[in-house]
Design a protein around this ligand. Structure first.
Ligand code: SAH
Ligand code: SF4
Length: 384
């Protein structure tokens, strides 16, 4: 028996090899490709292919089309959370955010995440499995098709929203660079001039800082926006907030970010989830500003979304203000981001929060982090 293939894992050469193997002329690969680009992956719907070929392909292709099991709307129709379930029962979330000038889809690359950042809902649920390239790409296809067809429900679409996806951010569930080849395949599909034709600048890959993955992204040689989830400006605190820091500490991360910027000529973003009394002090702002200046990076500050089972909270409005003020004072280029989708559990880091609650799982990594961070801060002394 031959193994089932997900057609979205095949590039042009792969499609050509497949049609050749099936004794078909080469132009069939173009036809197949054209359907896939349109989001049609069911061979039975590929009406310009001969019946016999459609049947053969239907036997060869793995059914990976997700079912939309829930659609939650928040922010007066500007945020849509889609809960998608794959044929094996695994479910993931995709969030569509609408702005007057763009429609951004936030996609997941893994079911769960193994990185164990203690403030993140996805991290709390642990790792379930990798998604395939087809499963990642289909999230964009589902969101795009819904926008184009108006299936979101007129009443849920703010007036003047774009009718197709204009931006893709890898900021959903999972760590994109712990599923690197799939992330790269997805970027290639999205960027392909014969594919989805999304400019590389409209694609953002957010990573916790997996250095080998960032090096692979450099080799891809496309000016994709790189967002690095920094959250702490010294290794002692970052070891707790972003445990992978123990493997790839800040100095190593800075080096690869510099290389990324030089190779792509793109300014890198540093993400900072601002957590009350954890990384919101003047010293934290100073450390962040120093790194941002060195890297000529742009800082995005996102006040922490409350996560079930996690005692940390977002800082007070006053702390947020003084943190932003201090960054400015120290010459860092920073933006305070809104926390979209809170009322539908659709904000970044909130994905699968409800599942986590139901399953009642906690990652051991998260359990001791709060106490250790507390110790770190008291040993440093209060500072602002
Ligand atoms: N794994 C990748 C991408 C997914 S997380 C990464 O960590 O970068 C997407 C973003 O959401 C990250 O910047 C992450 O730090 C942030 N995030 C996670 N939990 C959050 C929370 N509770 N509140 C606000 N942002 C959060
Ligand atoms: Fe994974 Fe990103 Fe959450 Fe960390 S913040 S646990 S890397 S999804």
């Amino acid at each position: 028996m031959t193994t089932a293939i997900d057609p979205y894992t095949l590039d042009r050469d792969g499609l050509e090899a497949l049609v050749a193997e099936l004794g078909q002329p080469r132009y069939r690969a173009d036809q197949l490709h054209a359907w896939l680009v349109k989001g049609v992956d069911d061979p039975e719907e590929m009406t310009d292919l001969p019946k016999e070929l459609r049947t053969t392909l239907a036997e060869r292709f793995a059914p990976a089309r997700p079912e939309l099991v829930e659609h939650a709307v928040a922010d007066g129709g500007r945020t849509h959370k889609l809960l998608l379930r794959f044929p094996d029962g695994e479910a993931i979330e995709t969030v569509l955010m609408l702005y007057p000038d763009r429609a951004t889809v936030c996609i997941s690359t893994q079911a769960g995440c193994a990185m164990g950042c203690p403030f993140c809902a996805t991290g709390q649920a642990g790792f379930r499995r990798q998604l395939t390239a087809g499963e990642v790409i289909r999230q964009v296809i589902v969101a795009d098709a819904a926008l184009r067809s108006g299936d979101m429900g007129e009443e849920h679409l703010p007036e003047g929203s774009p009718d197709h996806v204009t931006n893709v951010v890898f900021m959903g569930m999972g760590e994109p660079l712990a599923n690197t080849e799939v992330t790269l395949d997805t970027v290639r599909w999205l960027n392909d001039p014969d594919g989805f034709r999304l400019g590389a600048r409209h694609i953002t890959v957010s990573t916790v800082g997996l250095v080998p993955g960032i090096r692979r992204l450099i080799e891809l040689d496309l000016p994709v926006t790189l967002a690095v989830s920094l959250h702490a400006g010294n290794d002692a605190l970052r070891d707790e907030l972003v445990p992978i820091n123990r493997t790839h500490p800040i100095a190593e991360l800075e080096e690869v970010v510099r290389d990324y910027r030089e190779a792509t000529n793109r300014r890198v973003s540093l993400e900072w989830c601002l957590i009350g009394d954890v990384n919101d002090s003047a010293t934290d702002a100073d450390e962040l500003a120093r790194i941002a200046r060195r890297l000529r990076a742009h800082v995005n500050v996102i006040p922490m979304n409350p996560t079930p089972g996690v005692q940390w909270k977002e800082p007070t409005a006053e702390r947020v203000r003084s943190f932003m003020g201090r960054l400015e004072e120290r010459g860092a280029n920073a933006t305070l981001r809104d926390t979209r989708g809170r009322d539908a559990d659709a904000a970044c880091g909130q994905l699968l929060a409800s599942y986590t609650l139901n399953a009642g799982r906690r990652l051991p990594a998260a359990v001791g982090a709060a106490e250790r961070v507390e110790q770190l801060r008291t040993s440093d002394g209060p500072d602002a």
